[in-house]
Design a protein around this ligand. Structure first.
Ligand code: SAM
Ligand code: SF4
Length: 332
């Protein structure tokens, strides 16, 4: 094992979020516009390149890999990548291999994911109402995700639900969502909308600060803050009535950068050391330019050394997106 990836602020990078496609079968209103231009397939890293890249990070002490997208399960052959990366679980060099998914393909793939060593999966679900689900995703069917959740449980996968808190929608459903998630043994994490990419709508209409939502939740539920952290943006509480966890991801109302332990790689091999900044390193060129990993490791080192201190998100009616890049380019 080579030396760990430590940035100039002393933060050790142990977590890689790897996007395998920017495509998706849904068009969630906070994430994408109705009409999207996706990266040409020839520009994507091949499955072999994704494996090589992820393995280079494992060599440097990354203990957790999350496969994301776009929708990771629409990438052709993606289960082969899970299968090949599972060798690092077997050696113990990797502690966790997981994914974030919209759940539309989970019914088909849950068993194979479990067989590849995946133990937990994050599923995005913003509503329990079929019409509202169609409105938010512009094309999805709630029942398909429900089947996916059932299949995940049957395969022995632990599920955490991720819910983007959209003003005018979440307020009347939040109690039901908590009851549904926790009643089914699933933790729930609420996410503030972040100003990434043009989605063809005004984000000030979508944005609901989670501090407001939390006050509303506490009318019905008893929340106790916990010290648990994933080194990421989520702050966790325990709900006394259910015993399960409720997380809050609050990039807009609280900073979360000082303990950041993660980096992201997009599907074309761009390494972003901060979700909220434009600095990036093209690892595809390095991957394709050399057979051994010496140049790749050097490029990763340089990028980690320049990891920004933090992000700078703003949601303002006249400001437009803070970054032109959509969330689907990096997978959150
Ligand atoms: N397609 C998969 C899914 O939806 O779970 C994985 C990729 S998606 C980009 C990852 C997460 O980012 C999802 O939980 C989604 O709700 C969230 N997300 C997308 N756009 C967002 C935005 N503008 N602000 C906050 N969260 C966003
Ligand atoms: Fe697709 Fe996920 Fe973005 Fe929704 S949030 S459009 S499911 S990538």
């Amino acid at each position: 094992m080579s030396c760990a990836l430590i940035d100039r602020f002393g933060r050790t990078v142990r977590y890689l979020r790897l996007s395998v496609t920017d495509r998706c079968d849904l068009r969630c209103v906070y994430c994408m516009a109705e009409e999207m231009t996706f990266v040409p397939r020839r520009d994507l890293l091949s499955l072999e390149e994704l494996d090589r890249l992820a393995s280079a990070f494992v060599t440097r002490g990354v203990r957790k890999i999350r496969i994301t997208g776009g929708e990771p399960l629409v990438r052709k052959g993606i289960l082969d990548l899970f299968g090949s990366l599972s060798r690092h679980l077997a050696t113990g060099h990797l502690g966790e291999l997981t994914l974030t998914t919209n759940g539309t393909q989970l019914a088909r793939h849950a068993e194979a994911l479990a067989a590849s060593g995946v133990r937990r999966v994050n599923v995005s679900l913003d509503t329990l109402d079929p019409d509202r689900y169609r409105t938010i995703t512009r094309r999805g069917t709630l029942g398909t995700v429900m089947e996916g959740l059932a299949a995940a449980k049957a395969a022995g996968l632990r599920v955490k639900l991720n819910t983007v808190a959209m003003r005018g929608m979440i307020e009347e459903e939040i109690d039901d969502l908590i009851a549904f998630a926790h009643g089914g043994g699933m933790d729930l994490t609420l996410i503030e909308t972040m100003p990434l990419g043009d989605v063809g709508a005004d984000r000030t209409d979508q944005y609901l600060p989670l501090t407001d939502l939390r006050r509303r939740i506490e009318r019905r539920w008893t929340l106790t803050d916990t010290a648990e952290t994933s080194g990421g943006p989520a702050r966790y509480t325990r709900v006394a009535e259910t015993g399960c966890r409720l997380g809050f991801i609050t990039p807009m109302t609280h900073g979360f950068c000082e303990g950041c332990n993660r980096v992201r790689v997009g599907a074309t091999g761009l390494l972003y050391t901060c979700l909220g900044q434009e600095e990036r390193t093209d690892l595809r060129a390095v991957l394709r330019g050399s057979e051994g990993d010496t140049a790749l490791q050097a490029a990763i080192d340089r990028a980690i050394d320049a990891k920004p201190k933090g992000h700078d998100f703003v949601i303002d009616r006249d400001a437009g997106p803070t970054l032109a890049r959509h969330m689907s380019a990096l997978g959150g």
